[in-house]
Write a protein that binds this ligand. Sequence first.
Ligand code: PEP
Length: 251
Amino acid sequence: MASRKFFVGGNWKMNGDRESIGSLVQVLNNGEFNPTETEVVVAPPMLYVGLVQQSLRPEIAVSVQTCHAAAKGAFTGEISPQMALDVGAQWAIIGHSERRNVFGESDALIAQKVKFALESGLKVMFCIGELLEQREAGLTSEVVIRQMEEVRNAISLAAWQNVVVAYEPVWAIGTGKTATPEQAQEVHHQLREWMAAQLSAELASVTRIIYGGSVNANNCRDLAKQEDIDGFLVGGASLKPDFITIINAQS
Ligand code: PEP
């Protein structure tokens, strides 16, 4: 593998309360991992981002789960990248399948959000992935490449250095159905080839492409062995001590 640092993100979604989040932070603070080998980021629910940032060990960064494409204003319920940065977050997850499919965010809106978050100084886990019917219709590459193209058209080449691409087949998220290592590797490889052709050979070799979709303590090692899988975005298992095992999947 090229010199891509293994990356593991934990997406806590809309789960937890002060007590359970406090316990999870303790698990993370006591868990063993090598921060020079693996970059770890967790995304608590918005209301807890500041609290987690203050109590979490500094080797683990904090992310928001989405943020709007404006600094402030009449956007009820939204938060801005500036607010995320103000409470200590360094990352944003943008384009998660639940934002796309439950809240109806379009490729175009997601591209604007990625652009604005990067311009504001956040790093971005940019999520892409196909629905089951799209996979079954043989449209996987077309769908993920269209999602990538929207962002390519919106951001500068230089901005890609602050992007981690998360390939998350929608049929594998929260379903217990993981893509096989070969299925995931195939898409990751296509994405890297697309980057080499559409961005640059350099960006294709350094950009992390992580996999998400029912990753757990049992399947993470086989997935991590694939050449183009540079880490994971983890939902359900990021709420459990299993997350420490996943962080160490490559060591
Ligand atoms: C996710 O929400 O990004 C995710 C991959 O969830 P899960 O691991 O629960 O499938």
